[in-house]
Ligand binder design. Structure first.
Ligand SMILES: Nc1nc2c(ncn2[C@@H]2O[C@H](COP(=O)(O)OP(=O)(O)OP(=O)(O)O)[C@@H](O)[C@H]2O)c(=O)[nH]1
Ligand SMILES: [Mg+2]
Length: 201
């Protein structure tokens, strides 16, 4: 898909503040620092449309971007970030979960996982929560450039095997590197095909 325009729409601290739910919407979620904002920049072809940082906890609100004046990309805060106060973490986690359960136009959620990590408690809990609540999602393994080439497939295979101990089927999986521009076309094609499929129904 060709990206002609990407515009920042607004930041919302509550579901009620989000733009009217009248367009297909793709949201990006995952632990703090996993690379959500960087991936949005990669897909947008704009280096700084979403703010990134080496320090976890950068994105604190629900950020809407509109692509080709037709559909939304949504950058969410990270979950499970240990360094904020417990109270603040609960507020973030509730903001994310409320958004995921109540946003009527959420078309697909991209759950980002750092490809270097073994299955981590917060990610697995989150995946299970998505399943229990029927939130449609795909998995994105990020920061692939940080793994030696020979380790990429064995590491991801191990993760998939683990998921299959809990689930009958694997979700759609993408591999990305915002540093090396990997995975951009695959994700944009997926979004384009999903939009076409839904609008022909
Ligand atoms: N090497 C490498 N670094 C990456 C990649 N993606 C993100 N980073 C780096 O990881 C750090 C965090 O990236 P962000 O995109 O801000 O992460 P985030 O998930 O939005 O983080 P929060 O908003 O804090 O939840 C930054 O220093 C990025 O430059 C990648 O694919 N490869
Ligand atoms: Mg961010």
């Amino acid at each position: 898909m060709k990206i002609k325009t990407v515009e920042f729409v607004k930041s919302s601290s509550k579901l009620e503040q989000c733009p009217p739910p009248d367009k297909y919407e793709y949201a990006f979620v995952g632990r703090s620092n996993v690379g959500k904002s960087s991936l949005i920049n990669l897909l947008s072809g704009r280096k700084k449309i979403a703010l990134t940082s080496g320090n976890p906890g950068k994105t604190k609100l629900i950020n809407h971007f509109i692509v080709n004046k037709a559909w939304y990309l949504v950058d969410l805060p990270g979950y499970g970030y240990a360094k904020v106060s417990k109270k603040e973490r609960v507020v973030f986690d509730q903001l994310i979960k409320n958004y995921l359960l109540e946003r009527p136009n959420l078309t697909c959620l991209f759950l980002l996982i750092d490809s270097r990590h073994e299955p981590l408690g917060p990610d697995i809990e989150f995946i299970n929560w998505l399943g229990e609540n029927g939130v449609p999602f795909v998995i994105v393994f990020t920061k692939i450039d940080k793994l030696p080439k020979t380790k990429i497939e064995p590491t991801l295979d191990k993760y998939k095997k683990f998921l299959l101990t809990q689930w009958e089927e694997l979700p759609t999986i993408f591999k990305t590197s915002s540093a090396n521009q990997l995975g951009k076309e695959d994700i944009l094609t997926f979004i384009e095909q999903t939009n076409i499929q839904l609008s022909s129904q």
